[in-house]
Design a protein around this ligand. Structure first.
Ligand code: SF4
Ligand code: SF4
Length: 88
């Protein structure tokens, strides 16, 4: 379950229990590789256009995330950071 979503202009923070997913919609070009490659289908395509005029990913099923970081690695524009709170 998503505990909290914070939108700071173009920056979305999904607080998902013991981890955070950061999506920078200013960097995102809407290629949707993150949705394609996430093995657990955590993301869906947003229904809202970003300021760049693309549909960025949205965290829809955070409980399915296994923190594999594949989305972060596959994103060509470094728009996603998956942060485990234990890393701090
Ligand atoms: S892979 Fe990166 S650039 Fe492509 S849609 Fe996902 S967040 Fe945006
Ligand atoms: S860390 Fe892995 S499971 Fe979690 S959203 Fe990214 S690709 Fe999906």
């Amino acid at each position: 379950m998503i505990n909290f979503i914070k939108c700071l202009n173009f920056f979305f923070l999904y607080y998902c229990g013991d981890y955070l997913i950061h999506i920078n919609s200013n960097y995102c070009k809407g290629c949707l590789l993150c949705i394609e490659y996430c093995p657990h289908k955590v993301y869906v395509k947003s229904e809202k256009l970003s300021k760049k005029g693309v549909f960025p990913p949205e965290v829809k099923y955070p409980e399915k995330c296994v923190k594999c970081h594949l989305c972060e690695l596959m994103c060509p524009d470094f728009a996603i950071i998956v942060e485990d709170k234990d890393d701090k």
